[in-house]
Design a protein around this ligand. Structure first.
Ligand code: G4P
Length: 291
């Protein structure tokens, strides 16, 4: 499965991060709580080394709460401050300013001692497309304007966004994709909707997702599609072939048929992806820290 990425934009974004680093006090990395590994760009650690780090685990409403707690503990062990948020509904976002000030407590004390108590704290916000970065920034800064143009291939000018009198965010323009070399990473990004469908074959993706759920979360598939039993994976059967059979079973149960009576697998493919992403099949975390 080929997933396109944008090395030109990546190079530009990297340069911008390096240039702007001296202007910020901390880096806020927004991750998708469902895929905290796959939603990171591994270059960020190297590019921002030495800067205090706040990790935001966003989309906690869609993730498995127990695994989110494990991830939060893991990132704290690594020295970062951690915030768990649902930017869409606002849970957790009100703690942002306090979390930043706790993270920078020593530096802020030093400023105060030098008589610079009013100095503005600046935070660079990084996140892959669709992680919820704009929604998060809008929440934290109390902005109402929603952006529409932050899509792959579209860059905006860099901007400073005030949060309060003493705190500003640098909303990074450009794109910082994670690495796609590992096909499992690409798949997880596609399952969660971080990668746009038009660069993937929806049916193939849906078969992968059905197989993943059939393997890890059979009960969710059974409940979601009212299947008494899942078709068993046969000896030597390809994962994707099994996934396609699961998809057909679900499609049949939903009554999705094209003229002639065949199962409308295309419609079922779109449906399972939408329902998975919309949380209607449950809350899932696709990566655990111990794996
Ligand atoms: P980006 O800047 O990182 O590219 O992402 P953006 O904020 O545009 O968010 C992408 C979509 O994800 C939006 O939905 C947004 O509402 C949703 N979202 C952001 N954070 C969360 C979260 O914590 N939980 C959930 N469940 N969703 C989140 P959309 O479908 O594009 O718009 P809308 O339907 O919300 O209007």
């Amino acid at each position: 499965m080929e997933i396109q990425w944008y090395p030109g934009h990546m190079a530009k974004t990297r340069r911008m991060i390096t240039e702007q680093l001296r202007n910020v006090d901390a880096v806020c990395e927004i991750l998708d709580a469902r895929i905290p590994l796959s939603s990171r760009n591994p270059d960020v650690d190297g590019l921002t080394a030495g800067k205090p780090r706040l990790v935001v685990l966003n989309r906690v409403d869609q993730a498995d709460p127990a695994v989110t707690r494990q991830w939060a503990a893991r990132f704290r062990q690594g020295g970062a401050a951690v915030l768990e948020t649902d930017a869409k509904n606002g849970a957790g976002t009100a703690r942002f300013a306090a979390a930043v000030r706790e993270l920078l407590a020593e530096k802020l004390r030093a400023y105060a001692e030098k008589g610079q108590a009013g100095r503005v704290v600046r935070v660079m916000v990084l996140g892959i497309p669709n992680v919820g970065k704009s929604t998060f920034i809008n929440r934290v800064a109390g902005r109402k304007t929603a952006k529409a143009e932050d899509r792959p291939g579209v860059t905006r000018a860099k901007q400073w966004v005030p949060v309060d009198k003493g705190l500003e965010l640098l909303d990074t323009p450009g794109i910082l994709w994670p690495k796609f070399e590992d096909p499992a990473v690409g798949l997880r990004l596609a399952f969660t909707g971080a990668v746009r469908d038009e660069i993937l074959d929806t049916e193939t993706l849906a078969c992968h997702l059905a197989a993943y759920l059939g393997e890890r979360y059979p009960e969710a598939l059974k409940t979601g599609y009212k299947l008494a039993e899942l078709p068993a994976r046969e000896e030597g059967e390809d994962e994707i072939a099994w996934g396609c059979r699961l998809l057909e079973a679900a499609g049949s149960r939903r009554g999705f048929r094209i003229s002639g009576g065949e199962i409308d697998t295309e419609r079922m493919a779109k449906t399972i992806l939408d329902e998975f992403r919309g949380g209607r099949l449950g809350r899932f975390t696709l990566e655990a820290p111990e794996e």
